[in-house]
Design a protein around this ligand. Structure first.
Ligand code: KIV
Length: 278
């Protein structure tokens, strides 16, 4: 049976029913079309694109053009999966008007179903304005990679009581502003539990423990493809780099030895035509 795209209201119902859901990232048509055939309900075209695909050192330099270029093929490849388009740094921190313009671009030009942006209570007016413009917004709190310089590095957030209560406050403010869901990144599991239990919208965790309504991983991390560094919270469900390297080595050896291409991968010619050539 073909997978049916989950709707935003259904995500809240899943939370109410205590059913967990899954999100992974994708940045191209091919991977999106594989994910579309899997039981994963949501695809995030994340600005992790910058680090995983474009080779940048952080997500800060990712542009709207980068995002749109990658959201479009994912939307094409995964018609039965809810697609979240990430708003890159600089696309929503200049003014609320600019934030609405860029969120509109992600929906209209990119074709995403909704947008995601980073930040807690400080982003409330921006989130409210985008939601009022008719665009569903997913929040993102805890470790927010776009503001990693302000945070002093890629560190676990919410470790003391004040910081944990601030995260709860941030999440509550985002819910009040109309966010339909929130990603919590790199937060101690008991803090995510507190937030998940106190909010009626679903919380999606990454490095945030088991008590969330949903989980998200960067696909290239979980498939063992991105190996510049492997965060503690990543579980590698495959070793695609190993498989790819093995195939490349075999191909190289067979080309060097002349074993590839064999007759089954080559095109023949009629004898009488051949006679005219040799
Ligand atoms: O950009 C991204 O991939 C993300 C996830 C890590 C949640 O924001």
């Amino acid at each position: 049976m073909e997978k049916k795209k989950v709707t935003i209201p259904q995500l809240k119902e899943l939370k109410q029913q205590g059913k967990r859901f899954k999100m992974v990232t994708a940045y191209d048509y091919l991977l999106a079309s594989v994910i579309d055939k899997s039981p994963i309900e949501l695809i995030l075209v994340g600005d992790s694109l910058g680090m995983v695909v474009l080779g940048y050192d952080s997500t800060v330099s990712v542009t709207m053009d980068d995002m749109l270029h990658h959201i479009k093929p994912v939307v094409k490849g995964a018609p039965n999966t809810l697609i979240i388009g990430d708003m890159p740094f600089g696309s929503y921190n200049v003014s609320i008007n600019e934030a609405i313009v860029n969120a509109n671009r992600i929906m209209k030009e990119g074709g995403a179903d909704c947008v995601k942006l980073e930040g807690g209570a400080v982003m409330v007016e921006t989130v409210r304005a985008i939601v009022n413009a008719g665009i569903p917004v997913m929040g993102h709190i805890g470790l927010t990679p776009q503001t990693v310089s302000q945070l002093g590095g890629f560190k676990v957030q919410g470790k003391d009581a004040d910081a944990a209560l601030k995260l709860l406050h941030d999440a509550q403010k985002l819910e009040e502003a109309g966010a339909f869901s929130i990603v919590m990144e790199c937060v101690p599991a008991p803090v995510t539990k507190l937030v998940t239990e106190n909010l009626s919208i679903p919380i999606i965790g990454i490095g945030a423990g088991p008590h969330c309504d949903g989980q998200v991983l960067v696909t290239q991390d979980m498939l063992g493809m991105f190996d510049r560094f492997v965060p503690k919270f990543v579980k590698q469900y495959g070793n695609l780099n190993g498989i790819i390297m093995e195939a490349l080595q075999k191909y190289a050896t067979e080309v060097d030895s002349g074993e590839f291409p064999g007759p089954e991968h080559s095109f023949a010619m009629k004898e009488e035509v051949l006679k005219k050539l040799y």
